[in-house]
Write a protein that binds this ligand. Sequence first.
Ligand SMILES: [Zn+2]
Length: 178
Amino acid sequence: VSTCPECGNDALATRLVGGATVHECELCGARFGDPEAVARLDDAEQARLRGVPVDVWPLVRTLERLPGLCVRGASAGDEAAGTLPFVELGPSSHDALRSLENLAKSLQLAAPGLRLHWVVELEYRRHLAFVLKPRHGGGAVAAATARHAMADASALARLIERDTRLSWWRHAGGGTVE
Ligand SMILES: [Zn+2]
């Protein structure tokens, strides 16, 4: 590759991302090359701009698209510190309940493929909050549990994203069936 497919500029920076080659146009910033590596770089940049840990960004992105809900905070968890990932959601409109119902159903469907038991807990964090997280009985979080939780968070992002495109999700609660 010698010129940018977006703008035709020929000043390209090349970098290796996890063994795959990505070219970046120094003029317009377009990235091309290995599609997965490009997506990873784009994700990392979006996460940084939003101030969200990159490991939990796909889950945050999926959840913040749900009608009636907004993401108020998120953590990727930390194996060394013994903390687990979570995403804190808040209601932003009357669509919140329908989205939460769909999310609860999606969690139930995803459960057999997850290592931990994920729940949406109702909490009071200065205001009403719905916190998506793995259930934990308290006490120290084992390193393996933190690792499993992160793997689950990635899987959940994919599974919830998939479910949002299914007809049961789109038609839930509205009473209108196509
Ligand atoms: Zn360009």
